[in-house]
Design a protein. Structure first.
Ligand code: FES
Length: 148
């Protein structure tokens, strides 16, 4: 009989066939009314579908984050490396960018763009650099856009 594993056991949903050293990610799609009007619900659905399609469910948790205060640049997606710490639903990291290593902020997301984020950032562990935004540099495109 094999000895019982030592230490806490990961929940079933967190157990994967991936070898050690393969990164896990948390991908959040903001969900405030402004970004939802701009397509955040479709972005969220597309991210979940792509994670499933690529069989990356064990490596990427897709969820609805809070509002990052960047609605004028949204819909927004934040990808962070999952280091196993519990997610604090009321914690500040759901409402602001932490700007730490391993965090990527993707702005002006669409279904097509988030599919790339899942495929490249999660699937290939390589950020989709051309889709990354910088809120300190990006203009409010709603202001800049010509009025219909
Ligand atoms: S809801 Fe998208 S940043 Fe506010």
């Amino acid at each position: 009989m094999a000895p019982a594993p030592r230490g806490p056991r990961l929940p079933e949903s967190r157990q994967t066939p991936y070898p050690r050293g393969v990164k896990r990610y948390r991908l959040s799609v903001c969900k405030g009314p402004d970004c939802r009007r701009g397509g955040a619900d479709k972005v969220f659905a597309a991210a979940r579908e792509e994670v499933q399609r690529l069989n990356l469910g064990g490596r990427c948790e897709v969820y609805r984050g809070g509002c990052y205060g960047l609605c004028h640049l949204g819909p927004n997606v934040v990808v962070r490396e999952d280091l196993g710490q519990p997610r604090d639903l009321l914690g500040g990291d759901e409402f602001k960018l932490l700007r730490n290593e391993g965090e990527a902020y993707y702005w002006a997301m669409s279904s097509e763009k988030v599919v790339r984020v899942v495929s490249e950032h999660v699937g290939q562990e390589r950020a989709a650099a051309d889709l990354i935004g910088d809120p300190e540099k990006e203009a409010d495109f709603r202001v800049a856009a010509p009025k219909p």
